[in-house]
Design a protein around this ligand. Structure first.
Ligand SMILES: Cc1cc2nc3c(=O)[nH]c(=O)nc-3n(C[C@H](O)[C@H](O)[C@H](O)COP(=O)(O)OP(=O)(O)OC[C@H]3O[C@@H](n4cnc5c(N)ncnc54)[C@H](O)[C@@H]3O)c2cc1C
Length: 164
């Protein structure tokens, strides 16, 4: 990835952050509102799933570009940057480990923020040490029974609603 492209993407993220995120940061902090409209806009601009390869429907940028975007979004409002980080994490896993069907059904909707998803690892006794996870998933007729408690899950309160 050329330095020129990295800086172009950084400048685009900087402008977006200055014009659309910083002005509403205080309001978001006070109201604890979930800014879905903002995320839809970011999805359209390609600010989610930054490292998803082009042949998987993403922009195919590198990790340095992702870090530059995260810096700019964080200057606007840290929680919005966390949303970008969350989607990067989930799309990276989908690209590496998802089935072809999961990629078709989920990947582009996650990148556009039409589908809201959460990454549910942390538990009271399992943060850094993921091998300490106690939650179980047991197959049953028509799905799975999940049994356990999670902590610190970004957008958990809205993600379970799925499509908005
Ligand atoms: C804003 C925010 C959003 C989050 N969102 C999510 C989310 O969406 N989904 C999710 O699953 N989790 C989420 N988390 C949880 C986050 O992933 C955990 O906080 C993180 O994994 C650390 O776990 P812990 O807080 O239990 O700290 P601990 O695991 O108890 O670690 C405490 C400290 O000990 C250090 N440490 C731990 N083990 C070792 C070791 N073996 N060697 C050396 N040092 C060690 C750690 O580096 C850290 O400094 C979020 C956390 C925050 C703050």
């Amino acid at each position: 990835m050329s330095r020129e492209i990295q800086l172009q993407v950084r400048d685009m993220a900087r402008s977006f952050s200055n014009e659309n995120i910083r002005p509403i940061a205080q309001e978001l902090d006070e109201s604890e509102k979930f800014p879905h409209e903002l995320y839809l806009q970011m999805g359209e601009l390609g600010l989610f799933g930054i490292c998803v390869p082009e042949d998987e429907g993403g922009p195919g940028f590198d990790t340095v570009t992702y870090a530059l975007v995260m810096e700019e979004l964080s200057r606007g409002y840290a929680s919005v940057a966390d949303q970008c980080g969350l989607i990067e994490l989930i799309t990276t896993l989908l690209v590496r480990h998802g089935t072809p069907q999961q990629k078709i059904e989920i990947l582009s909707d996650v990148m556009s923020a039409k589908k809201l998803v959460a990454y549910c690892i942390s538990e009271a006794e399992a943060g850094t040490d993921v091998s300490g996870i106690r939650t179980s998933a047991t197959k049953c007729d028509g799905g799975w029974i999940l049994n356990g408690f999670k902590f610190w899950i970004h957008i958990d309160a809205v993600a379970y609603q799925g499509f908005v």
